[in-house]
Design a protein around this ligand. Structure first.
Ligand code: ASP
Ligand code: MG
Length: 414
């Protein structure tokens, strides 16, 4: 018997029929002898609809009253789900975040969970009840209703699982797991059985948006095994866990996935004096403009000058280029240029820690396709390259193929 915390997203509870189907699903797990705590989102589209109502009154609305409004979406689904469970002869109890109590700081619209009182839930579980909790919400120390930021129900699920020391936190959504890459780019992309928290964070921040990143960080910090699985299809989904918990598979893949990011832009300044403080003079104005810099590259100039290249989000390209042009004039640079037609491709895998030659293998694969690499950056478990955007699909497919990430096709092997 296990204690399971399950979270169902907006699409999974988007209609009355789906809520009833979720109730059936939960009962299935309950009848197998599991203790069940269920977190639900608002019905799909509901949080947007409520936000829009408030914006009709005040386009800039934020803060306390917006939270009072938005949390009603989840209050509807917890009640409906509990009603569906009761109709089927099961004892259920629904709770808002404040009733649990999920204590947060007072940062309305993006609050952080400080503590969870598991007392009520524990008592209900002992009585055999199914506990249904509203996702995405809590209360501050004065009892004000708060929300955790869009997509926050994932975090509620993980936080409850941590507080209750659940055996697993299962996130039911409209995809059946985490894939080796985006199946829209590579049809042969494969669902991963397991991935580590670290890998998932690299994949998520690189654009594989399956889970709220904060939820993954939280799960990693408290070592809560996290499983992503489909509400609509049977299957075991993808288990996200710490490296030490990973089952020893006979053949551990070195690379777990290929991530990519289309929203990149690159800026270059050539022939600036190679003196202390130059990096600060170039990047200071960029960060003062609140622009986040991703990759940075400086090369060693032989003639007392140096060249600098860095990347920013494509939305920040124009502003960054204007700032760089100003710096360029001040420093008497030779050239200042930009390119917003670039993308970033990354290979991610904890296996690269223990395997040499992964980077050169990656470069070889790209070279064979005639793809020119503009920039390279590496971390312990990730290698990223910047290439021209026209090579995105080709590059991702070549890497997916080259690192043998595609499904093993038994029929083709015969
Ligand atoms: N209903 C909230 C949202 O749409 C929270 C969630 O679904 O996770 O952002
Ligand atoms: Mg969601």
């Amino acid at each position: 018997m296990a204690l399971l915390v399950q979270k169902y997203g907006g699409t999974s509870v988007g209609t009355i029929e789906r809520i009833e189907a979720v109730a059936e699903k939960i009962i299935g797990y309950k009848e197998q002898g599991n203790d069940m705590v269920v977190v639900v989102s608002a019905m799909s589209g509901e949080t947007n609809r409520l936000t829009d109502l408030a914006r009709q009154i005040n386009p800039k609305v934020r803060g306390r009253e917006l939270d009072v409004l938005l949390t009603t979406g989840e209050q509807v689904t917890i009640a409906l789900l509990a009603i569906a469970l009761e109709k089927r002869g099961f004892h259920a109890r629904s709770y808002t975040g404040g009733q649990v109590k999920i204590l947060t700081d007072n940062a309305h619209n993006k609050a952080r969970i400080l503590s969870i009182d598991a007392g009520n839930i524990d008592k209900d579980l002992k009585k055999g009840r199914i506990v249904v909790v509203a996702g995405f919400q809590g209360v501050d120390e004065h009892g004000n209703i708060t929300t955790l930021g869009r997509g926050g129900s994932d975090t509620t699920g993980v936080a409850l699982a941590a507080a209750l020391k659940a055996d697993e936190c299962q996130i039911f959504t409209d995809v059946d797991g985490v894939y080796t890459t985006d199946p829209r780019v590579v049809a042969e992309a494969r669902r991963l059985d397991q991935i580590t928290f670290e890998e998932m964070l690299e994949m998520a921040s690189l654009g594989s948006k399956v889970l709220q990143i904060r939820a993954v960080e939280f799960a990693g910090k408290y070592d809560v095994p996290l499983r992503v699985l489909s509400s609509f299809e049977e299957g075991q989904g993808t288990l996200i866990t710490s490296e030490s918990n990973e089952e020893d598979t006979v053949e551990q893949a070195v690379i777990s996935g290929i991530a990519f990011n289309r929203d990149e832009a690159q800026l270059t300044i050539n022939g600036v004096p190679d003196t202390p403080g130059v990096a600060f003079q170039i990047l200071g104005p960029i960060s003062d403009a609140n622009i986040e810099v991703d990759m940075i590259l400086q090369n060693i100039g032989g003639d007392g000058t140096t060249d600098f290249t860095f990347t920013v989000h494509r939305n920040d390209f124009e502003t960054a280029l204007t700032k760089l042009q100003e710096t360029s004039e001040k420093l008497g640079a030779r050239v200042c240029s930009g390119n917003n037609k670039i993308v970033k491709l990354s290979i991610v895998g904890v296996g690269m820690r223990s395997h040499a030659g992964i980077a050169s293998r990656m470069f070889e694969i790209l070279a064979k396709e005639g793809i020119n690499i503009l920039m390279i950056s590496t971390s312990e478990i990730k290698i990223s390259v910047v290439v021209d955007e026209k090579y995105l699909e080709l590059g991702v497919r070549a890497l997916h193929d080259g690192f043998d990430l595609a499904e093993y096709d038994e029929e083709a092997a015969e």
